[in-house]
Design a protein around this ligand. Structure first.
Ligand SMILES: Cc1cc2nc3c(=O)[nH]c(=O)nc-3n(C[C@H](O)[C@H](O)[C@H](O)COP(=O)(O)O)c2cc1C
Length: 396
């Protein structure tokens, strides 16, 4: 899969340095050429010999190491990289790169490379949330360094929180995705919504629906792999967001409406796959409603129609795509939604089918496209469906 591609991997002094071994091993299994640079600190945490053996290449640690050759290692390494991955990345290495420091083999090679740089941070949560580290990361993101965000959990130091290195498989998926994808959406901003909304009745009860967010998250993953700048506005779901996108979490339809309208301003492609509640309780009680012997009537009022609001402010050249989850009259309902909301495309799926729709990893959909074209698709994974939907979006 990655034959002919070179990944230069920089390993820095994080306790997660041992995970570099698995990252290298996974990259080699995909037939990538892997070249390793280690910082001095990282050599105290994992042996050079391990990474040398796994990568089948010499490991670089010292800019002035013997034997000295006419070829300058940091320049030739920098040139050879199709992708430069720093995993794990310490707070120190992030700070040095953000400050333009080039005082060892890793930072000097980073400075010299023109390859895409991915950084997978790993550190104690206090370090990760330190405003200096945050500012350094913000700056690097602003000059198009890609971050493979860490996860949360119990850290090596015993603390619990954010800072855990992303899983080796996730890291390799992002790198492999970048190396194999067509990068056809590079420079485009894609705004996606996913998951359900929840509408509070009182502090303990709410109205929601069965949406798992899997379809929207698969769409986000596909957009990231095509090189887009992706913003995912997500209702409450239990799945991890795809690496490499900006996630904004919301609860209610009103919140989602506000964020989506704001983010839509400079978006080229807007895909609404969230299952937004049409109604919300007219009154949200501050205290838990006590049961009584009488029946209880819950009065509902309309939520904002986000797609309709988007269609009113749609700019020329923007592509607006909706999803329709139906249990009957699939095509007729999807068609009228498409017309009413002036969509360029609608992906309709019958959520009453077995093995398809809400919570499932698969979906059976019909795509209706502006101009009247209709594509009836087989049952397939949501990831495969995302690929087809984005192929159609690109045609628009
Ligand atoms: C056992 C041990 C574990 C460490 N783990 C981390 C870590 O996970 N993340 C981090 O940013 N720094 C960690 N540090 C601190 C760094 O190693 C230290 O800041 C060092 O200067 C980093 O150098 P480098 O960025 O050149 O590799 C650790 C230090 C030790 C002794």
């Amino acid at each position: 899969m990655l034959k002919g591609k070179t990944v230069v991997i920089g390993v820095s002094g994080s306790i997660a340095a041992y995970k570099a071994a698995e990252i290298i091993s996974l990259l080699k299994k995909l037939n990538a050429e892997v070249k390793v640079i280690m910082t001095k600190s990282s050599t105290r945490l994992i042996g050079e010999c391990t990474l040398q053996t796994l990568s089948n290449n010499p490991v670089y640690t010292d800019m002035f190491s013997e034997p000295f050759r006419w070829e300058i290692d940091h320049i030739s390494l920098a040139k050879s990289a199709d992708v430069f991955l720093i995993a794990p990345a310490s707070a120190n290495i992030i700070g040095k790169i953000a400050s333009g420091i080039a005082d060892d083999m890793l930072t000097t090679t980073v400075m010299a490379t023109e390859a895409k740089i991915f950084i997978a941070p790993a550190m104690n949560s206090k370090m990760y949330l330190n405003p200096i580290v945050q500012k350094n990361m913000e700056f690097l993101k602003s000059i198009d360094y890609k971050f493979i965000e860490p996860g949360s959990g119990i850290l090596a130091c015993g603390d619990e929180g954010i800072g855990k290195l992303a899983s080796p498989q996730d890291i390799v998926d992002v790198v492999a995705g970048y190396l194999t994808s067509k990068q056809t959406l590079k420079g485009k901003k894609v705004l996606l919504t996913a998951g359900p909304t929840i509408e509070s009745i009182d502090p303990v009860r709410y109205i929601t629906n069965h949406s798992s967010g899997k379809m929207g998250y698969a769409m986000a993953r596909e957009a990231v792999s095509r090189g887009a700048d992706v913003t995912l506005v997500s209702g409450p779901v239990d799945i991890d967001p795809p690496k490499g996108c900006n996630v904004i979490r919301v609860k209610s339809a009103v919140e989602m409406n506000e964020i989506v309208l704001r983010e839509s301003e400079d978006s080229n492609i807007i895909v609404k796959s969230a299952a937004v509640s049409d109604y919300r309780p007219k009154i949200t009680h501050d205290q838990k409603i006590k049961k009584s012997n009488d029946d209880f009537v819950l009065e509902l009022e309309r939520n904002p129609d986000i797609l309709k609001n988007l269609s009113k402010i749609k700019k020329s050249g923007q592509v607006l795509v909706g999803f329709a989850a139906e249990t009957e009259n699939l095509i007729a309902n999807a068609k009228s939604k498409m017309e009413e909301k002036q969509l360029d495309m609608i992906v309709a799926n019958d959520v009453s089918l077995k093995h398809s729709g809400f919570k499932s990893d698969k979906n059976k959909a019909v795509i209706l496209i502006r101009g009247g074209e209709k594509k009836e698709l087989e049952l397939m994974t949501k990831q495969e469906l995302s690929r087809i939907v984005f192929d159609e979006i690109e045609k628009l």
